[in-house]
Design a protein around this ligand. Structure first.
Ligand code: HEC
Ligand code: HEC
Length: 433
């Protein structure tokens, strides 16, 4: 993980350092001057390898789909590879996935999966994916290569063979040994580690949104943004911050990751465009599958707790860069941020708007409807109490959420050969190599 200091260096260092470097260059002889690297800490060899892997569209079957196809910086590190229905297109024409691409921005902060027992409550927490099934980014990164509805390789050996034939194969050899491709199992694991290292770099977690500048005292929020933040934090109104945790009084941006990594069933409506949902008895139960096996309860969990009570729960998503996403929630059912916030405001007061004429949550089987949150603001109100937020208040919350967008880095393209940056140029925070 890069520190804030390196982010600051990225914005402050280059021009003067580069100018003096060129002056020095004109005065031979003598040892070359030692100049602080311009811009963000350049990517290490391992991170550079990770970037090459992340961007490589040759690593799918058929070729054309890379990690970056579904995790694009300009859409908050989540996008659906051209699909507009809320779940991504995979590498095969017309083949759609089961879930909305989850952002992989700020995902290096996701803790491993566990059951947290606190104040008499048991909560599943952490793990990667909407259902927490991968414990580390290195483990997560290997999944998409083999998923039939994502990159669709038949096996890990095929992926390794493609990497061995790539223009950056020598980076693999330099990093892991000349014979690395002779042991495909090990090589595949190392591919995951390299991608995880790249996902840990500053570009994925720049902490340079307006909100970050606000907590550092550098800018003020507009009135509507401020009102939105108050509603977001107020335990009697939005209560959003009780799950999407934040601390605007802390100058440490890591205290505002806008997720507590816990799992809840919020009663998101069914997305009829998901191919599996054509079968009325198919349900995505999150923590209870089908993309994972049910987690084993650990020894700290009280005997009264059963895993059944977590069926239908999904992990709280970070709201950093949320305004840039094109689809929302694990099933991508909402296509605008305003719609997502309106759901929180009116799920209880106007359930027919979300679930159709029955007004009963429609994306969980009957047996698990009781798992849907109903005892916490804003989900604990009787219909007669009206919406939790007015139309203007919804707009204010959206305005606040828009302050969580990072200054978007340039879209990472194919890895370019190293080039000296022009003095004063805005540098790609991924480094140029
Ligand atoms: C076809 C679209 C697609 C491609 C290609 C793809 N992903 Fe994803 N990604 C998704 C979807 C969908 C999810 C959520 C899946 C789930 O929860 O079951 C996801 C989830 C993730 C997460 C979890 C984030 C978190 O906070 O837990 C990470 C990290 C990630 N992807 C990284 C990658 C990497 C690395 C690659 C390339 C090896 C990749 N993705 C390729 C669609 C894609
Ligand atoms: C009880 C915990 C909880 C509270 C309170 C809560 N959320 Fe969420 N939020 C979640 C969970 C869990 C998800 C993922 C749900 C899913 O996909 O099924 C989520 C997802 C979201 C998303 C979609 C993110 C994405 O990447 O798709 C938005 C936007 C959002 N919440 C905004 C809000 C706002 C605004 C409020 C307050 C009005 C709020 N949340 C209150 C738990 C909560």
């Amino acid at each position: 993980m890069k520190t804030n200091a390196s982010i600051a260096a990225f914005y402050l260092a280059p021009a003067a350092a580069l100018l003096s470097a060129s002056l020095f260059a004109a005065t031979p002889p003598g040892p070359p001057p030692r100049v602080a690297p311009a811009g963000p800490a350049p990517l290490s060899r391992l991170e550079t390898l990770g970037k090459n892997l992340f961007d490589d569209r040759a690593l799918s079957e058929p070729a054309g789909t890379a990690c970056v196809s579904c995790h694009l910086p300009t859409t908050g590190w989540a996008s659906n590879n051209g699909s507009k229905v809320g779940v991504p297109l995979g590498s095969r024409p017309g083949v759609l996935g089961l879930r909305n691409a989850m952002t992989n921005g700020y995902s290096s902060f996701v803790p491993p999966f566990s059951f947290r027992v606190k104040d008499g409550d048991t909560d599943p927490v952490g793990g990667h994916f909407w259902d927490g099934r991968a414990n580390s980014l290195a483990e997560q990164a290997l999944g998409p290569f083999l998923a039939a509805n994502e990159m669709n390789n038949p096996d890990s050996a095929t992926v390794v063979r493609k990497v061995a034939a790539s223009s950056y194969a020598n980076l693999m050899r330099a990093e892991f040994g000349a014979g690395i491709f002779n042991t495909p199992d090990l090589a595949f694991k190392k591919i995951g580690e390299a991608i995880a290292a790249f996902e840990g770099t500053t570009g994925f977690q720049p902490f340079n949104s307006k909100y970050d500048d606000f907590v550092l005292g550098k800018v003020a929020l507009a009135d509507n943004e401020k009102r939105g933040m108050q509603l977001f934090m107020d335990p009697t109104r939005g209560n959003c911050a009780s799950c999407h945790t934040m601390d605007p009084t802390s100058k440490n941006p890591k205290d505002s990751l806008f997720t507590d990594y816990a799992f809840y069933a919020t009663g998101v409506p069914r997305n009829a465009a998901i191919p599996d949902n054509a079968n009325p008895s198919f349900f995505d139960l999150g923590l209870c599958g089908p993309a994972r096996s049910r987690p084993a309860l650990t020894a700290n969990v009280p005997a009264s707790v059963s895993v059944e009570q977590f069926c239908g729960t999904f992990r709280v998503a970070t709201l950093r860069n949320v305004a840039q996403r094109k689809a929302y929630m694990h099933n991508g059912v909402f296509k605008s941020l305003r719609e997502a916030v309106s759901f929180y405001a009116t799920r209880n007061s106007n359930p027919k708007r979300w679930y159709g004429p029955t007004g009963i949550a429609n994306d969980l089987p009957q047996a698990y409807l009781g798992n849907i949150l109903s005892d916490r603001v804003p989900f604990n109100r009787p219909a007669s109490a009206g919406p939790a937020l007015s139309q203007v208040e919804i707009d204010d919350v959206v305005a606040f959420l828009e302050t969580l967008s990072d200054k978007v880095p340039p879209t990472p393209g194919p890895a370019a050969p190293p080039q000296p940056p022009a003095p004063g140029a805005i540098l790609n925070p991924f480094g140029s190599r």
